[in-house]
Design a protein around this ligand. Structure first.
Ligand code: ADE
Length: 428
């Protein structure tokens, strides 16, 4: 078997951690049991570019149980769990191409390695597979029946490809399923981002000023959890409705330029570029901690370069020196001696210094992935090269199974209620 991982000797530890996560993934377990019997993915070559974590390992096992030939590569150079890659290769015979801390060249070498198997289905978290296929490996597109996309950032990229008319196969937007973003983005990002910041810094959140840039589902979750640990939250937003929501959730809302001098912690979760810029870093307090939990490491303006590659703007330009002071912290000294602490090179802090979202929320996200892959195989002939939502039936079934796994029952409509909801004639 072809693979490229850090150290196969880490497999025992990886296996234990994968099994631990699996205990909290009841929906994926049910799907795996059914897949084992029905084999809906028999012979389907799947290339998946995901964060390689214990939860992803359980997804890969499920796809393999369904008969798929799965290959994995990382969707971020810093999120790979090296013990998990070892266990996937040694214990589960699933080829993996991912090493934590890999450079950009290796990252793309690994993407190309999983594409070399000529996939029939792609699975992405951030759309790097689909974008590489459409720009450099176009000859492989004719084999592909469709793909799935895990995250907001990836879906934005895919929708712009569809709008430009360049998208060449159907994609299912897993992120947009209710059982994905309402739980993974909100409670998953909320908890894992706070976890990542604490593991990286060991600082106290209580009494601090914590600036959350972006109030989508991830920002809402992060603000809620940091607030729950006693931090005073400032939200920055560009969308007036989200800004209003943040105000009515009880937070202060202001432009980043106004928030910059007062924050102790800053975390971006916007999906956009250069949200905190050089001029904002220049106003920050000595010791400010800055990080990102959005998909790409572009939300903090660390180094903007011109066409010739010269450093023209950003924290790197502003600082007179930098020093690594803890595993995930680089402190940048400004000319007047103030220090700004950058966590995990601006890459997603929840996966770089912590372990990503807990398995219980990834259970639903990855149930959507597995069932969307099955849907692509079943509906191959009916689909166009556009971005599709996860079918409602799948979304609601996952919610039902999750509730069942938690031992929670809910009411059903009486026939009188059903009739009432379908009628218009009963008024005041
Ligand atoms: N994205 C966020 N958390 C994750 C996890 N635990 N596994 C895979 N992808 C993730």
């Amino acid at each position: 078997m072809n693979y490229d991982i850090k150290d196969i000797n880490l497999a025992d530890q990886g296996k234990l951690r994968i099994e631990w996560a699996d205990q909290n993934m009841p929906v994926l377990n049910l799907i795996r049991e059914r897949f084992e019997k029905e084999k809906p993915l028999t012979g389907i070559k799947m290339s998946a570019c995901l964060h390689i974590t214990t939860e992803t390992a359980n997804l890969a096992k499920t796809l393999k149980a369904g008969g798929a030939e799965v290959m994995l590569c990382a969707s971020n150079p810093l999120s790979t769990q090296d013990d998990v890659t070892a266990a996937l290769v040694k214990e589960y015979q699933i080829p993996v191409f991912a090493i934590k801390g890999e450079d950009n060249t290796t990252y793309y070498k690994h993407i190309n390695a999983v594409l070399d198997q000529k996939p029939v289905i792609t699975m992405d978290d951030g759309a790097d597979l689909v974008s590489t296929l459409h720009s450099q490996r176009v000859e492989l597109i004719e084999n592909i029946i469709g793909g799935t996309e895990e995250t907001t950032t990836g879906i934005i990229r895919l929708r712009s490809m569809a709008e430009e008319g360049v998208l060449r196969f159907p994609l299912i937007a897993v992120n947009d399923a209710d059982t994905k973003h309402l739980f993974d983005n909100r409670y998953g990002t909320g908890q894992s981002t706070v976890d990542g910041i604490i593991r990286a810094t060991n600082r106290l959140l209580a009494g601090s000023i914590f600036v959350v840039c972006g109030y989508g589902w991830c920002g809402r979750g992060l603000a809620m959890r940091a607030n729950g640990m006693g931090a005073n939250i400032i939200v920055t937003e560009v969308d007036p409705i989200r800004a209003l929501e943040a105000v009515m959730d009880g937070y202060r809302v202001m432009p980043i330029a106004e928030a910059a001098p007062s924050g102790d912690f800053f975390c971006t979760v916007t999906g956009d570029i250069n949200v905190i810029r050089e001029e904002h870093f220049g106003e920050m307090k000595d010791g400010a901690i800055i990080c990102n939990s959005g998909h790409f490491n572009v939300e903090l303006e660390i180094s903007s370069r011109d066409k010739e590659g010269n450093l023209v703007r950003g924290l790197e330009k502003l600082a007179v020196k930098k020093k690594k002071i803890r595993e995930f912290i680089e402190d940048y000294t400004l000319s007047d001696g103030r220090k700004i602490n950058l966590l995990a090179e601006g890459r997603l802090i929840n996966l770089a210094s912590a372990e990503g979202h807990p398995s219980s929320v990834m259970d639903m996200s990855f149930a959507n992935q597995a069932l969307s892959a099955e849907y692509l195989v079943k509906h191959e002939k009916d689909l166009e090269p556009i971005v599709y939502p996860v079918p409602q039936q799948i979304d609601r079934e996952i919610a039902r199974l999750k509730l069942r796994g938690m031992g929670i029952e809910i009411d059903t409509l009486t026939s009188e209620q059903e009739k009432y909801l379908a009628s218009w004639d009963m008024g005041t």
